[in-house]
Ligand binder design. Structure first.
Ligand code: NAI
Ligand code: UGA
Length: 426
């Protein structure tokens, strides 16, 4: 059966490539013609390990296609995946512009039955609303099914995560459409959670909120550890041995960033308030995350007395390793705060080479620290874990290392006369 993926960003492109690899016939479209033209020419618009190989292989197999003719492709495909962006506005409400545009395209295009699979993260009630809106806009309810199939991949691990999901969540009303999803994923080994449309939406938000909560929890614990001179990574390791807690998402540091946690937690808070629920935990999670960067800046300021005129280098611009994504990156916020304090900011990232606000970006991590008063590690890229600290000390003017991701052993850098700044590190 022909499958169309609408929106070829991080999720859509991975969905298209993985489904093609599973043997299905995929047609990917995007309203951004430039992206599609690039993909047709063999260029991959995003950095995601393993994705390029998957795309090339499946294009060659004749299973993966890219098209700028959105309407024709939608007409020809009985299964449609919606993977457009769903950003949040300032107040936490969801910006459904892209979803609305897709609805309008569907209304103009549907002439045969469609299984519409919503993979975009949308707030509880949105899938029901999409269903209703299609009917109100004139589509016969027998001509389509709406199924919610939220995505749990992590950027930087997207292909692996989609090929090896922990669970497959499917929300819907029609048993046939749920069966279709099970057929699409029959080669994947994962338990199914079959629920209502709203149940599936809620699972996605609760999942992200719980992961973000673990991060803010360990960051708060780190603050307390810091006050008692206790090493937080030891505490996290001990917590992780408890099967009920698990070892993941307990790495303290600058906090969570990215295109999803910040926007999704804000959106869930908004959704709760709309139904008169006071989401105290979600607020606390965000409060901790919001103040995490200041904690590091205050420690740095204590050492340098004043940041004005100081040259500070930031290693890592992406919101996490193995991605080129800088949406709501912690580095972005950190750099803004440094610039506000009159700092001259230099940066290096293995993949990201353009950034707003404008700062000096270097192509070599050591070049970036020449003459610097301090170095801040803001992203946990692997290459920052094995550093020539002797060389760092020689190149820098000052000797301060701020480890914003707890990836460095303080004792090692101290051996090279560098001063280690972290939260609750010994
Ligand atoms: N990035 C991630 O790691 C994950 C994202 N999600 C969710 O998946 C959704 C997509 O996220 P990303 O892939 O990161 O977004 P993205 O911004 O990378 O990609 C969205 C794509 O949709 C296209 N688009 C927008 N309006 C369109 C329209 N009317 N017709 C056709 N294409 C259109 C855009 O041009 C863009 O290429 C969001 O709801 C997000 O919350 C879920 C799990 C993981
Ligand atoms: O809904 C989404 O978009 C996705 O959001 C996250 O994935 P992602 O944002 O790609 O990356 P994560 O690995 O979760 O990292 C998010 C942020 O948390 C930070 N983090 C992560 C783990 C940790 O222990 N500590 C910590 O500060 C990372 O540095 C990063 O800034 C979830 O992990 C995915 O399951 C989900 O599908």
């Amino acid at each position: 059966m022909k499958i169309c993926v609408i929106g070829t960003g991080y999720v859509g492109l991975t969905t298209g490539a993985v489904l093609a690899d599973l043997g299905h016939e995929l047609y990917c479209v995007d309203k951004n013609k430039l992206i599609i033209e690039k993909l047709i020419e063999g260029e991959i618009p995003i950095y995601e390990p393993g994705l390029k190989e998957l795309i090339v292989r499946n294009k060659k197999r004749g299973l993966l296609h890219f098209s700028t003719d959105i309407q024709r492709v939608i007409k020809e495909c009985p299964i449609l995946y919606i993977t457009v962006g769903t950003p949040t506005k300032e107040d936490g409400s969801q910006n459904l512009t892209a979803i609305n545009e897709v609805i309008d395209t569907l209304v103009q295009t549907i002439t045969s039955h469609k299984t519409i699979i919503i993979k975009s993260t949308v707030l509880p009630g949105t899938n029901e609303w999409i269903h209703q809106t299609l009917i109100e806009k004139g589509i016969d309810s027998r001509m389509f099914d709406v199924v919610s199939n939220p995505e749990f991949l992590r950027e930087g691990n997207a292909v692996f995560d989609m090929m090896n999901p922990d669970k497959i969540v499917v929300g819907g009303k029609s048993p046939q459409s749920i069966k279709i999803i099970q057929t699409l994923y029959e080669k994947l080994q994962a338990p199914y959670i079959i629920t209502s449309l709203t149940g599936a939406e809620m699972i996605k938000y609760a999942n992200n909120a719980l992961l973000a909560t673990k991060i803010s929890f360990i960051n708060e614990i780190a603050r307390i550890c810091d006050a008692y001179n206790v090493e937080v990574t030891h505490i996290a390791k001990a917590l992780g041995t408890d099967n009920r807690i698990g070892p993941y998402f307990l790495n303290a540091g600058l906090g969570y960033g990215g295109s999803c946690f910040p926007k999704d937690i804000r959106a869930l808070e908004y959704a709760a308030k709309r139904r008169n629920v006071n989401p105290e935990m979600l607020r606390a999670v965000q409060n901790v995350n919001d103040s995490q960067i200041d904690l590091y800046i205050d420690k740095l300021t204590n050492q340098l007395t004043n940041l004005d005129g100081k040259k500070i280098t930031v290693w890592g611009l992406a919101f996490k390793p193995d991605t080129d994504d800088i949406r709501e990156s912690r580095s972005l916020l950190l750099i803004e705060k440094l610039l506000e304090r009159g700092t001259e900011v230099h940066a290096y990232d293995p993949i990201v080479n353009s950034f707003e606000p404008a700062i000096t970006i270097h192509h070599d991590m050591y070049e970036a620290i020449k003459g610097a008063d301090a170095l801040i590690i803001a992203t946990e890229w692997n290459q920052f874990k094995t550093v020539d600290w002797k060389k760092v000390n020689e190149l820098m003017k000052g000797n301060i290392l701020v480890d914003g991701r707890n990836i460095i052993d303080p004792k090692v850098v101290r051996k090279h006369q560098l001063q280690y700044i972290g939260v609750a590190r010994q």
